[in-house]
Ligand binder design. Structure first.
Ligand code: GLU
Length: 513
């Protein structure tokens, strides 16, 4: 495929939910696969829903995921401006083209008149009022009013909206790349407002004009936009652009973790899991959401996880880099059925990513998590730490959670195990072991191991009688990497200090019971 131009067109109305990032990802993948262009367009024409900081959030989220637009606000490109609020004249001009060719009309109905009409329909027991080919005749617009009255209203600068003149009795067929043929009947559709009283376009007009002017080849977006597509096709026809209309692909819904219903931003709060790429600080706690990044996820793992929410390569392979995803991606393999947001699976991906990451690179990623706790280990120390821990963690946050004792003093000892294993009469032996360890020249895992084994032999002790003691004395717990590795990394002086301090404490634990 040639000249692929796709756009991600979010409205900056708040944080970008994981479904939005998935839409961006699929667009990006299609562009990347065919050497096309991935465009970011900010659809901010609805000023009432505009939220400060949302655009920055969107861009930061895209950057974090590695989905860098080739064109967009702040990214350059020949088809700008890429923020719809900067394109007002373009939409006005295009709305007037449709007035001129009769595909749109002026509607002078005031909000009060429209409300009164809605109320009337309600009283009659009708579900809702639709401004369409039938009812427009009874409303105040340039199709129903005499021409001189229309001219007069315009001359008086009476407020108006511009509405699409939806034709009667037309079938609108869409070949959706995911769903196949979808057919709409034009009689079902209302005469959508294209230009509002304040001269701002609605989503429909701005979206179609921009997709056309920006030479968009494929529109990949969420399923919730499928019904709007009927109006969009009519708009392409109205402008005479049907020949160059983009192909459409509507993505399946993302479902709650239990598979029941659409995933909402509230589900994250309810379940204590992220459904946003980055944290979002709203005005209230109910409007603030945790992000995958802050939870301790690797961006690559999140991208990999998102790719599989509604798509799969048709093979057994599950681990893909962004480039590999682009290679494997095809719109035809996107499913129709809703995709369940399985947080366990997201964690599994993260685990796979951590295990597969080179120790040094991992250390760079883990560093902020440790520095955030007030510790500044050397690169070598952190690299070995990551090497020891990487098979035992799921999230970046786990490195500190389960391995804090590599940086900070032990904060809690497994007293239960100590009470079972610590023999007061053996304390002197253990103090002797601490001294032997202190005398080692090379403080390597092997040397420490040999020293401990010699000690066990000398006193006829078994592993189970010694290793848990050393583990708990140095790390507080019996879990974690090999005790010899832990000790070697902590270093001779630190281990000595921890052992001697712990052996005294162990006495008190045992005596307390
Ligand atoms: N601005 C719309 C949104 O917020 C874009 C929908 C589309 O891609 O056409 O999702």
């Amino acid at each position: 495929m040639n000249n692929i131009r796709v756009r991600f067109a979010p409205s900056p109305t708040g944080a970008l939910h994981i479904g939005g990032v998935r839409t961006a990802l699929y667009n990006y993948l299609l562009a990347k696969k065919y050497n096309g262009t991935f465009i970011l367009r900010i659809e901010d024409t609805d000023q009432t829903r505009y939220v400060d900081g949302a655009e920055d959030y969107i861009i930061e989220a895209l950057r974090w995921c590695g989905l860098i637009p080739a064109e967009g606000p702040g990214f350059g490109g020949d088809y700008g401006p890429y923020r719809q609020s900067d394109r007002k004249e373009i939409y006005e001009h295009h709305a007037s083209l449709l007035i001129d060719n009769g595909k749109a009309y002026y509607a002078f109905d005031t909000p009060e008149e429209l409300n009164a009409r809605r109320e009337l329909e309600k009283e009659k027991g009708n579900h809702s009022f639709k401004y369409d080919a039938v009812t427009r005749k009874e409303m105040r617009n340039s199709l129903s009013l005499p021409a001189d009255e229309v001219s007069q209203l315009l001359a008086q600068k009476a407020p108006y909206t511009i509405r699409l003149n939806v034709p009667s009795n037309e079938l609108i067929r869409i070949q959706d790349m995911v769903r196949g043929e979808v057919v709409f009947q034009s009689n079902e559709l209302d005469d959508k407002v294209l230009l509002k009283t304040d001269g701002m376009p609605t989503y429909h007009l701005a979206n179609i004009v921009d997709d056309h002017l920006m030479k968009i080849s494929h529109v990949i977006r969420g399923e919730e936009w499928l019904p709007s597509t009927a109006h969009h096709v009519l708009l392409y026809r109205a402008f005479g652009w049907e020949e160059s209309m983009p192909a459409f692909a509507h993505l399946p819904l993302i479902l709650k973790p239990n598979g029941k219903g659409k995933l909402s931003k509230r589900d994250g709060l309810k379940l204590g899991i992220p459904v946003f790429p980055l944290s979002w600080e709203g005005d209230t706690p109910e409007e603030s959401f945790p992000g995958f990044r802050e939870f301790g996820f690797d961006a690559g793992a999140v991208v990999n996880f998102m790719a599989f929410l509604g798509w799969n390569p048709g093979t057994e392979q599950e681990i893909f880099s962004l480039d590999e995803l682009a290679e494997a991606f095809t719109v035809e393999k996107i499913g129709k059925a809703g995709a369940r947001f399985d947080f366990d699976k997201a964690q599994w991906y993260n685990q796979q990513y951590i295990m597969a990451t080179d120790d040094r690179k991992l250390a760079e990623q883990v560093r902020p998590w440790i520095e955030g706790q007030g510790y500044q280990p050397s690169d070598d120390y952190l690299t070995t730490f990551c090497h020891l821990m990487k098979e035992r963690v799921t999230l970046f946050s786990d490195f500190w959670e389960t391995g804090y004792y590599f940086f900070a003093p032990v904060k809690e000892y497994d007293t239960k195990t100590i009470r079972k294993r610590w023999k007061l009469e053996q304390k002197d032996h253990f103090i002797g072991l601490a001294a032997d360890l202190q005398a080692l020249k090379d403080y390597t895992p092997e040397a420490v191991k040999q020293c401990v084994e010699a000690f066990m032999e000398k006193h006829e002790l078994k592993f189970g009688e010694v290793l848990p003691i050393l583990r708990i004395a140095t790390s507080g717990t019996t879990k974690g990497p090999s005790i010899f590795d832990i000790m070697a990394l902590l270093g001779k002086a630190e281990v000595h200090q921890r052992l001697t301090q712990a052996f005294d404490l162990f006495d008190t634990f045992v005596k307390e019971q």
